[in-house]
Design a protein around this ligand. Structure first.
Ligand SMILES: CC(C)(COP(=O)(O)OP(=O)(O)OC[C@H]1O[C@@H](n2cnc3c(N)ncnc32)[C@H](O)[C@@H]1OP(=O)(O)O)[C@@H](O)C(=O)NCCC(=O)NCCS
Length: 177
């Protein structure tokens, strides 16, 4: 069910403390980057919002508070974007990320003018695969034994969405700037 309090807005420097809280909220955030204190959180945000950054970073916000992130890392030469996302533990399971990812993917392929979006997820992270499908991505393959995690080799499923692919039905999250 849609929730009117979820919005998408640009990531800001002042989101650093919420980013730190999100990284502390679940051990599975460790694979999203090195953020375990305020200076690391500020560096993480600064890297994503720098004027010359290839990243299009959108905060998923509850009211004004960041609870998640959807980002497109742009390869301008090929008009491609690497698509990635995370949600703080307390805000998971509400369907917000599925809606936010679908909204940002549509924006990236229309307003932002990209031709192709790509993503990958470990096969033992099925929630991420569900997000990809909800956002209109098509599974393109499997990178076998790509990562070594806890002594085990883990396959990664890869997905793509082209501008010409049919958009999925979705309940858009308002993009407020
Ligand atoms: C992946 C992640 C963003 C999902 O966030 P979320 O708030 O749970 O997402 P939503 O509520 O919008 O949707 C979750 C979907 O995954 C499904 N799901 C959740 N756990 C699942 C599981 N164990 N097996 C299969 N599907 C699962 C849900 O049923 C739902 O799909 P549905 O709407 O079709 O029922 C969140 O778990 C996260 O941030 N994980 C850590 C970072 C990460 O892995 N990012 C992706 C890197 S590739």
């Amino acid at each position: 069910m849609s929730d009117p309090s979820a919005v998408l807005r640009r990531l800001r420097r002042t989101d650093a403390s919420a980013v730190l809280a999100a990284f502390a909220s679940n051990p599975d955030m460790a694979r999203q980057g090195d953020v375990s204190n305020v200076p690391e959180a500020e560096r993480y945000v600064d890297r994503l919002i720098a004027a010359d950054s290839p990243h299009e970073a959108w905060a998923v916000a509850e009211g004004d508070m960041l609870v998640g992130l959807v980002c497109v890392t742009v390869d301008e030469a090929n008009r491609n974007g690497w698509f990635w996302y995370w949600m703080s533990d307390a805000a998971r399971g509400r369907g917000w990320m599925s809606r936010a990812a679908a909204t940002v993917a549509e924006w990236a392929l229309t307003v932002r003018g990209l031709q192709r979006l790509e993503l990958g997820h470990r096969v033992n992270n099925p929630a991420s695969g569900a997000i990809a499908m909800h956002a209109g991505f098509v599974k393109e393959g499997t990178e076998r034994e790509k990562f070594l995690v806890g002594g085990q080799r883990i396959d990664v499923d890869t997905y793509g969405r082209l501008r010409s692919d049919p958009p999925p039905p979705f309940d858009a999250v308002p993009m407020i700037g």
